[in-house]
Design a protein around this ligand. Structure first.
Ligand code: SF4
Length: 404
């Protein structure tokens, strides 16, 4: 896969479209890579190989395929679950491809150029499929942390613009469908828009992209700071200003004294939480930044690192077991009783199809605990219905709550 990145990369577009100056500032910072990112690259390579075999290099023999696959499997980051995950991606693309009467055009890991809409913009789309008047753009996500939706997704729309620029003169494209396949979170999402809507969006972002390219525009804090891993997410001054602003509400503006009455109202709680939404994440980032700085041997005035708690480990388990048994203890003292592996683990081991077939009938999903989110969150509000016991003053069943 090509490793070079555009200043206005599609994958960081959620960030620079909201906060244009972030693009140039981030470009000045060294690239950060992680084991998760390298794992993702490996999974993408497997996806690419499977697409090549199925749609592109039809002459690839099973032996050639296995040789290439075995090479990828030798990577120390390879995990058996990648087999089922990449199969799920392939299945989704097959499903789209086989819905056409004549075989569609399928390309994998295609470099697309969307510089007509964002200066010097290019990126690599995992899969582009064109059949009839439809352009499908499919992206594989290996992440287990943040669920990514195809809904109005700017990264996917930039890939779609690039794909249209490359193939629009060959195919009568009218409909565009964006797909995200994220098997580690059981997430497959699709979003459909017309070509006109896509092109209108492209026109709309042109001036913002120009600002981002020039390093101009206004800073803007939002979910993109953390979700899109902005390299400034700890040290950004705009974040500090926004987050410290929240504190100003705590005192009377003219006297600086605490407000009255002693207890804050639900209206105040609602307003504070809205404004403080990013504060918690920002403080976590600050702590991480300070810790990394101190570990690197530099200083953060007023702070130091100490040795944290550590758990004891048995360094020679065989010798310990022998010593216990020699002392005539029962084996039951040493070993845990047989226990079924956790549901998610079982699904990875069996693969989604077999899991659904053999375990699916015995699985149920209980109602989730009430979770606090802002009212503009796209998920529907939970209806709280008191049980008969609660209606008569019993214990509230929703005592296990979560905050997002
Ligand atoms: S942390 Fe957020 S506000 Fe600051 S530069 Fe990055 S994206 Fe912009």
């Amino acid at each position: 896969m090509p490793s070079e990145h555009a200043l206005l990369s599609a994958s960081s577009s959620h960030k620079w479209l909201h906060c244009p100056p972030s693009a140039r500032l981030e470009a000045e910072k060294p690239d950060q890579t992680s084991e998760y990112a390298r794992e993702g690259s490996l999974a993408h390579s497997i996806c690419e190989l499977k697409l090549q075999k199925t749609f592109i290099e039809k002459g690839m023999t099973t032996r050639q395929f296995n040789t290439r696959m075995n090479k990828l499997k030798k990577d120390p980051l390879y995990k058996p679950e990648m087999e089922n995950n990449t199969e799920e991606y392939l299945d989704h693309i097959k499903q789209i491809a086989y819905s056409f009467q004549t075989p569609p055009m399928v390309v994998a890991e295609k470099r697309v150029d969307y510089s007509k809409w964002a200066p010097e913009g290019f990126g690599t789309s995992d899969c582009i499929l064109i059949g009839g008047a439809e352009l499908h753009v499919v992206d594989y996500k290996n992440g287990k942390g943040v669920m990514v939706s195809a809904y109005d997704n700017p990264q996917m729309k930039l890939y779609a613009l690039g794909a249209y620029d490359a193939y629009g003169f060959l195919f009568p494209i009218h409909k565009v469908v964006l797909h995200i396949v994220q098997p580690n979170l059981n997430n497959i999402s699709s979003f459909e828009l017309s070509l006109e809507e896509l092109l209108a969006w492209g026109e709309k972002i042109k001036p913002i992209a120009q600002l981002a390219y020039e390093g101009k525009g206004d800073f803007c804090q939002g979910e993109w700071c953390d979700k899109c891993f902005c390299k400034l997410n700890a040290t950004c001054r705009k974040r500090m200003e926004d987050n410290m602003e929240v504190m100003k509400d705590a005192t009377e503006e003219d006297t600086g004294k605490p407000k009255l009455p002693a207890e804050i109202s639900t209206e105040e709680i609602g307003a504070i939480l809205k404004r403080a939404m990013f504060l918690e994440n920002w403080v976590k980032k600050l702590k991480k930044f300070a810790l990394d700085t101190l570990v690197a041997g530099k200083e953060i005035p007023g702070w130091k690192i100490i040795e944290g708690r550590s758990n004891r480990v048995i360094k020679d388990k065989d010798a310990a077991v022998k010593a216990i048994l020699d002392a005539e203890y029962e084996e039951a003292v040493i070993y845990k009783p047989r226990e079924m592996v956790a549901l998610g683990e079982l699904e990875k081991l069996l693969g989604k199809k077999d899991f659904e077939k053999y375990v699916g009938p015995y699985v149920e999903k209980p109602q989730g605990a009430p979770t606090l989110v802002p009212e503009d969150d796209r998920r529907p509000a939970m209806k709280i219905r008191p049980s008969a016991e609660e209606a008569f003053g019993g214990k509230n069943k929703y005592n296990n709550t979560e905050v997002q």
